[in-house]
Design a protein around this ligand. Structure first.
Ligand code: AHR
Length: 504
């Protein structure tokens, strides 16, 4: 089976915002406790942060990490997580039916961000709380000393403002499961007034307003229209979330789901344009896709805790999806979609980062290791920076539940002008046929040479990287990709993910 692609230097989509490769950490399960934070672990630093986890995170070069939730944030009191640890209260977490010692709060999280080379994107509680607490939180984090909140921060060990630029105005406020769930009008009004207060403090803050929790919500996409009509001129991004599953165990349908993701992004891009026109605004609101991932493997195991049958455990195993090889292909396709829609998606956060639906798993007191999905995320984050190319793709396709003629080849291309490289991320969705790939490279000057070719493939779609076998799925250097004149050719095995890099 053949697939041909044309890449032209001048035929581009957008300069990719590096924040497309961001992540998310919630006070949920073992994301924080025995995830990033485990005093007494052999690799823990003086702050109790695990060094082995920090290194795996650092390698991913993550621009921003969203924190502290998620559903958790909608009943969270940020004040519980500051001040002397021994005085911090243990609180019941209404979102996940667990308890939280508050041993980690905004100070500890910020310090960890510095350790791993990332920046915080903080979420505000607009569920159980409102404008005043939001304003106080932002002033505590960013305000000058000599003011009440700035002085309290100083007393708690940090005189210098944290200077956090990116703030989420609540989380999934359209969801009936959310503490403080609101209608679009109720939320839109609150988000607007909160945004105005935050901008009165610092007009340069970047603000993210809540869009839909997923595109199957009954209120989608009317929610976005109403919320944006309230907030358009006061916010910078609208947040979208989407989780993917293969509960039906139908690989072809599963691997077509990024077509639905693409339509979701397109619909909200159109809604943004509609509201912009209606408001006669010159402002460009963009999308923060601040929760995405595969999530379904752990659903059954979590039921008892979420139903409250296990009391209020602290940091239990929750949402610990063990990702398989099939999920590598899915995550590769999702990231390709974000690259192809980088004209409107400015921020995207893999949800989450450690233990909870995460590319990294840990064992308390034991090792940390890379789940299968670590690899496509790593390749995109490290090598997917630059300008997204508008590729012409000619590939045979198949009909799936969510779309017809889904191409067997899912591909994105990134031109890094500064490094003089071209990088292609390609997934062969075919179960049994190799794709004979050819890519015409036009307008890039000389022929170029292949400097890296990484392949992920496995005979067993369901194999996972476990504590006992952490390296079952790992990338291997590929072979057979060649450039002749301006044509790159190669063979993509059935069900495979590839990264091909060309030095121009
Ligand atoms: O990431 C897990 C949960 O998924 C988040 O807390 C919530 O925002 C979403 O429903």
């Amino acid at each position: 089976m053949r697939a041909s692609v044309t890449a032209h230097r001048d035929f581009t989509i957008s300069r990719i915002d590096d924040r497309l490769y961001s992540a998310f950490l919630e006070h949920l399960g073992r994301a924080i406790y025995t995830g990033i934070y485990e005093p007494g672990h052999p690799t823990a630093d003086k702050n109790g942060m695990r060094g082995d986890v920090a290194q795996l995170v650092r390698d991913l070069r993550i621009p921003y990490v969203r924190y502290p939730g998620g559903n958790f944030v909608s009943a969270y009191n940020w004040e519980d997580g500051v001040g002397p640890r021994e005085q911090r209260p243990t609180r019941l977490d209404l979102a996940w039916h667990t308890s939280d010692s508050n041993a980690v709060g905004v100070h500890e999280f910020y310090d960890w961000c510095e350790t791993v080379g990332t920046k915080p994107m903080l979420a505000i509680n607009l569920g159980s709380r409102g404008l005043d607490e939001a304003r106080n939180f932002v002033e505590y984090v960013n305000g000058p000393t000599g003011s009440y909140w700035g002085d309290l921060r100083k007393k708690n060990g940090r005189a210098e403002p944290f200077d956090v630029r990116l703030w989420c105005l609540g989380n999934e406020m359209d969801g009936p499961w959310q503490v403080g769930h609101k209608t679009a009008d109720e939320y839109g009004r609150l988000a607007l007034e909160t945004a105005k207060a935050l901008r009165a403090f610092d007009k340069s803050l970047e603000l993210v307003v809540c869009g839909s929790s997923n595109s199957d919500m009954a209120t989608y996409p009317e929610w976005e229209r109403v919320v944006l009509e309230h907030t358009y001129d006061a916010v910078d991004h609208i947040s979208l979330h989407m989780y993917f599953n293969n509960r039906a165990n139908h690989t072809a349908n599963y691997l077509a789901l990024n077509e639905k993701l693409d339509r979701y992004i397109g619909t909200i891009a159109s809604t943004i344009s509609f509201v912009k026109a209606k408001k006669r605004s010159k402002r460009n609101v963009t999308i923060s896709f601040d929760e995405w991932n595969v999530w379904y493997h752990s659903n059954a195991a979590d039921r008892a805790t979420l139903d409250g049958n296990n009391g209020w455990p602290h940091a239990p195993r929750l949402l610990e999806d063990a990702y398989n090889f099939e999920d590598v292909l899915q995550v590769g396709c999702i990231l390709n979609t974000f690259i192809r829609r980088s004209d409107v998606v400015r921020i995207a956060c893999i949800a989450q980062l450690v233990n909870v639906i995460a590319p990294i798993l840990t064992e308390p007191g034991g090792p940390a290791w890379k789940q299968t999905i670590y690899f496509p995320y790593y390749f995109a984050s490290v090598f997917g920076r630059g300008t997204a190319l508008n590729l012409t793709v000619d590939s045979p396709g198949y009909d799936a539940d969510v779309a017809d003629n889904v191409p067997y080849l899912d591909v994105s291309g990134v031109h890094d002008e500064a490094a003089g490289t071209l990088t292609f991320f390609a997934v062969n969705r075919h179960a049994s046929e190799t794709l004979e790939l050819s890519i015409d490279l036009l307008g890039f000057g000389g022929p170029g040479r292949v400097i890296d070719h990484q392949v992920l493939t496995h005979a067993d779609l369901k194999v996972a990287n476990t504590l006992a076998n952490p390296d079952a799925v790992a990338p291997k250097t590929g072979s057979g990709v060649a450039i002749d004149g301006s044509k790159l050719t190669g063979r993509l095995p059935p069900y495979s993910y590839q990264m091909i890099r060309v030095q121009l």
